[in-house]
Design a protein around this ligand. Structure first.
Ligand code: CTP
Length: 403
């Protein structure tokens, strides 16, 4: 993404009485210099006409999947691709539910499913609808997937009820959009190398020593960094995960192969995020043929593998380094020790003694350990943890280096 291009914000308007406030939101975004395009649900067009938005934005307004007007090139995929940020305000309970389920039965929900851009939702609805368990579950699910919510406010609602459900102030929504637009570029011009997954250390042609790392966190970080404009190289041990979009993926099996793949590229990178669970030891000898049970060895001699992160930390010109510490006790002090021993800028620590957390799960509770202190995060999805790590990484790299 070049610095020259105007950032495009796609504003989704759904059918609620607060739809009239979307006009103010459009103006607030245009005042900030964004190009604004509007997509409406059918219900929204009953509250505000597409002509209003067309006049405000000077752009065609998208409302139907079936529009066939050649002067209004509003195809759902092109809309999704054009958007740098997609903000849905007001967002009804129904649209939240549809997007949470991945339904795409109109232009707005289709664009939400198709876009790679960050999504901001500003819900507005009756207080009981907002508090309903179904709505709250849908909100949680979307939050886990990275959707940013601008929470509704408390006050008198259009239906006469009093409580939460009123659309957040337009300025607060515009600020959230701005934060996402900045985030979407804050790693531009950077080259980030991520290690992920566990390594496998062969014993013979069919057996290996391995660990329970799924690679999910590393893949999520690589994906997040690429979305935010970085050039990303992902060096991963064997996993079942698909290559993240726009990321160079180098698949390896052993610690020695991972070490070689990282060192080959280390000169060229601004930061290394070492999320891989690298085996500390490998069998001293790998049997050429399958070891038969009649000839089982009494013991397998092991030798140390090189420590990739420590080796990078020992370099004179080292990239920004983020290490991981999976601990079963004394999480903070062990992580701090790793921070110092491997000369990292940040260590992401977690407690793997709880089987519900860590390896293979979709959520985790981590602490960020730096020279300045420790910060525990709440329980978050790996996707959201990846976003938090990328936020810290952008700060450590000192802002975007956009040419
Ligand atoms: N790491 C690495 N190369 C290794 C081993 C670990 O790059 N050969 C990195 C991991 O990717 C992770 C961090 O170092 O970022 C984890 O530290 P590590 O020393 O593996 O922790 P433990 O092995 O658990 O150390 P200890 O057994 O002393 O707790």
């Amino acid at each position: 993404m070049s610095g020259e291009r105007t950032t495009t914000v796609l504003v989704g308007v759904t059918g609620g009485i607060a739809a009239y406030k979307s006009c103010e939101l459009v103006r607030a975004l245009m005042k900030r210099g964004y190009r604004v395009k509007v997509v409406m649900t059918d219900a929204a067009t009953r509250f505000v006409t597409p002509l209003t938005f067309r006049t405000l934005t000077n752009e065609p307004v998208a409302a139907s999947l079936w529009e066939d007007d050649p002067s209004a090139p509003v195809h759902h995929i092109s809309l999704a691709e054009e958007a740098d940020v997609f903000v849905i305000a007001p967002c009804t309970a129904n649209v939240i539910a549809k997007i949470a389920q991945g339904r795409a039965d109109d232009l707005l929900t289709t664009a939400a499913l198709a876009t790679e851009a960050p999504i901001v939702m500003a819900p507005a609805m009756n207080v009981h609808m907002w508090r309903d368990e179904a709505t709250q579950e849908n909100v949680d699910r979307l939050r886990d997937r990275g959707v940013v919510f601008v929470e509704p406010e408390s006050g008198e609602l259009a239906c006469g009820d009093v409580g939460e459900g009123r659309l957040a102030p337009v300025e607060a929504i515009a600020e959230a959009v701005m934060a996402e637009a900045e985030r979407a570029q804050d790693l531009a011009g950077r080259h980030i190398l991520v290690t992920a997954g566990g390594t496998q250390e062969p014993i013979d042609p069919v057996r290996y020593i391995g660990n329970r790392s799924s690679g999910k966190t590393g893949f999520a970080i690589a994906d997040e960094a690429a979305r935010r404009g970085a050039r990303v190289t992902l060096v991963t041990g064997p996993t079942h995960l698909a290559d993240p979009f726009g990321v160079e993926v180098v698949r390896v099996q052993t610690a020695l192969q991972m070490h070689a793949a990282v060192m080959e590229r280390a000169e060229d990178v601004d930061a290394v995020v070492a999320s891989a669970a690298v085996a500390d030891f490998r069998p001293a000898e790998v049997a050429r043929g399958k070891i038969k049970k009649t000839a089982a060895p009494e013991a397998i001699a092991l030798v140390r593998n090189p420590d990739i992160l420590a080796e990078l930390g020992a370099r004179q010109e080292r990239p920004v380094l983020v290490g991981f510490a999976a601990e079963t006790s004394d999480v903070e002090s062990n992580a701090r020790h790793k921070l110092e021993a491997k000369r990292c800028d940040l260590v992401v620590a977690n407690d793997v003694s709880d089987p519900a957390l860590g390896f293979g799960t979709d959520a985790n509770r981590v602490a960020f350990v730096t020279r300045d202190g420790v910060e525990w995060l709440p329980m978050l999805s790996k996707r959201v943890i990846a976003r938090e790590i990328a936020d810290r990484l952008a700060r450590l790299l000192g802002g975007a280096d956009v040419e």
